[in-house]
Design a protein around this ligand. Structure first.
Ligand SMILES: *Cc1c(COP(=O)(O)O)cnc(C)c1O
Length: 388
């Protein structure tokens, strides 16, 4: 099969349509919420499953001046894209010993450092490359994950970074941190982290750090906590039009529109008698004569098996519920006697305005968060870009 035929075949089965106009509008809406701050579009994990390169390009068109990734490999792939402007800053924050520090320095990435081992590897790479590194010092202000602990650890990291800066080996471009509970309005850790962040950045600045940017706001903080915006905000999920948490509101409450629509073509529609077991384990039995529709997507495509007997699908014009187990490549819906044509569309989730479920509905059905639903859609599902 030729490459285009293979792709046509794949798109015929299922597709994740990515609406880049929605993404651009979401970026603009987020910029309006944080008018005094620059915007870093977080495009880690293949832009939360939406496709890193097309989404990064669209975010930059809409005014993002920074791109953020977890791994250095993700950041280097963005830097290699000839269509992204050279002056777009690219930052990555999840390093392990032996990482591609030299490549990062040569690519002009902003790299995050949370401890001395990382600073030492970075400084060695900058020496080898004979180029100053751009480094952002990450403070753990209370998340209890990555980041440098306050107190002696922070003092040492700041002191050694400044020493290397004086030697011309690096430039400290940023001071930053990350929230634990920004999606729970009023959670006492938010104010505590903010106080700690102010203290830790003030300490570094008293010692002589002159950061271009100080930042701590993820999507929920960008949307609901203006006092956290500082010089730059780092939204991820909101840019893809998904609310960080149903508790803080729907996407529409914030003027956001879901970017991904996941759909498949019914692979089979057939009549079955009552009492017929459906899919592995026979966790569903037809209550009477009915029709079954076969949806050619499964857990290998990122459809959570935990949503067996629970996930919602718009098929034949109505909401159906997954009948029984979700298998690796397929699952079944009970069409209640109706007979949509084989090949007709089954929509798992989308913006919701055609009556289809949303990623949030799937998150509820699977006992997870919508972040996980969109991010796990696998590489076997072609992304189809619209409104480029
Ligand atoms: C993923 C991530 C973000 C974006 O988080 P959202 O909740 O998706 O907005 C921001 N900063 C860091 C450090 C992250 O890892």
């Amino acid at each position: 099969m030729s490459e285009t035929a293979a792709r046509r075949d794949a798109v015929t089965r299922a597709r994740a349509e990515i609406d880049l106009a929605a993404l651009r509008a979401n970026v603009r809406a987020l910029r309006e919420r944080a008018p005094g701050a620059a915007l870093m579009a977080v495009v880690k994990a293949d832009a939360y499953g939406h496709g890193a390169i097309p989404c990064a390009r669209a975010a930059v068109e809409a005014g993002a001046t920074w791109l953020g990734t977890a791994t250095p490999q993700e950041a280097l792939a963005l830097r290699a894209d000839p269509e992204l402007p050279d002056d777009v800053r690219i930052m990555c924050w999840l390093w392990t010993p032996g990482g591609p520090w030299r490549e990062a320095v040569e690519a002009g990435l902003d790299v995050s450092v949370s401890g001395m081992w990382a600073l030492e590897e970075l400084v060695a790479a900058a020496r080898d490359a004979a180029l100053p590194a751009r480094v952002q010092l990450k403070a753990d202000t209370g998340l209890g994950r990555n980041g440098c602990q306050p107190g002696e650890d922070w003092a040492e990291l700041v002191r050694e970074a400044l020493r290397a800066e004086r030697e011309g080996l690096l430039r400290v471009t940023g001071l930053w941190s990350h929230f634990a509970c920004a999606d729970e309005p009023g959670h006492p850790s938010i104010a505590a982290q903010l106080t700690r962040f102010r203290e830790m950045t003030a300490y570094a600045e008293q010692q002589g750090v002159r950061p271009e940017v100080r930042h701590i706001a993820n999507s929920p903080a960008t949307l609901t906590l203006p006092e956290t915006h500082f010089d730059l905000v780092r939204p991820g999920i909101a840019m893809y039009g998904v609310s960080p948490s149903p508790e803080i509101g729907t996407p529409a409450d914030f003027g956001l529109r879901p970017v991904m629509t996941l759909s498949a073509s019914l692979a089979l529609v057939k009549r079955v008698p009552g009492g017929h077991g459906v899919s592995y384990g026979h966790h569903y039995t037809t209550p009477g004569d009915t029709t079954l529709g076969l949806v050619p997507l499964g857990y290998a495509d990122g459809i959570p098996r935990h949503a067996s007997s629970a996930g919602p699908v718009l098929a034949g014009g109505k909401w159906r519920t997954v009948a029984g187990r979700i298998a690796m490549d397929q699952f079944v819906v009970d069409l209640g006697g109706e007979r949509p044509e084989p090949g007709s569309e089954a929509v798992l989730f989308g913006p919701g305005d055609r009556g289809e479920p949303t990623a949030e509905d799937w998150a509820r059905a699977a006992g997870t968060i919508a972040y996980e639903i969109v991010t796990r859609i696998g590489p076997r599902v072609p992304r189809v870009y619209v409104n480029e």
